[in-house]
Ligand binder design. Structure first.
Ligand SMILES: Cc1cc2nc3c(=O)[nH]c(=O)nc-3n(C[C@H](O)[C@H](O)[C@H](O)COP(=O)(O)O)c2cc1C
Length: 183
């Protein structure tokens, strides 16, 4: 008989999944959904790729184009939600935090492979209305390259374990001690 994971193991598993997202080259876990709030108070969600995970500070990093709508939204309201689903582990992570937009550093830009730099050089800027689907071009520009540094305030884990579903909520405010929730 195996022991049911406790709160500590559950939080370890959550950070393990986040680490896996950045450590395995093409892990599907790297594609997380990032939700922001727009100027009308409406939620907006999209995929971003996780680029860095730091458990010690509780921070996650993604890269984006500084001209994108999400950056404008974050400058008005830095509150974000993130979502990750691990089909292998049957675990959903729902995370909340605060995002800071910073200019991507020269060192980071140097490490971005050429094909990926294209994501930071769409002309006209991302979200612009165009007449035809191909009415845009690519001019990679480090000036458009931004890092989204997200300080997590909450991680909620839901595990659909066939032996019994488990749901736990962890908050920075109480030192990530965690509480079980009814799933
Ligand atoms: C698989 C996948 C990965 C993506 N990765 C990123 C990313 O890392 N950063 C980013 O800004 N947009 C990424 N995008 C594009 C966004 O999902 C979104 O379409 C774009 O950033 C515009 O969003 P916004 O108008 O809300 O700013 C990705 C899209 C897909 C489908």
């Amino acid at each position: 008989m195996t022991d049911t994971p406790g709160l500590t193991q559950t939080l370890d598993q959550a950070w393990g999944l986040l680490d896996q997202a950045i450590s395995e080259g093409r892990s599907p876990l790297r594609y997380v959904t990032l939700a922001t709030v727009d100027g009308k108070g409406a939620p907006q969600s999209r995929i971003v790729v996780l680029r860095n995970v730091d458990r010690a500070t509780g921070q996650l990093t993604a890269y984006t184009d500084k001209r994108s709508d999400k950056v404008g939204q974050l400058r008005q309201n830095p509150q974000v939600a993130l979502h990750l689903w691990s089909a292998d582990d049957l675990v959903q992570l729902r995370m909340n935090g605060t995002a800071w937009v910073t200019q991507g550093s020269a060192e980071t830009w140097d490490a971005v492979p050429d094909p990926m730099r294209e994501a930071y050089g769409h002309v006209p800027p991302p979200g612009s209305v165009i007449d035809r689907s191909d009415d845009w071009t690519i001019l990679p520009d480090p000036a458009h390259f931004a890092a989204l540094d997200i300080t997590l305030s909450r991680i909620e884990s839901v595990c659909l374990d066939p032996a019994g579903h488990r749901r736990a909520n962890f908050q920075r405010a109480d030192g990530w001690i965690g509480h079980w929730l009814s799933p």
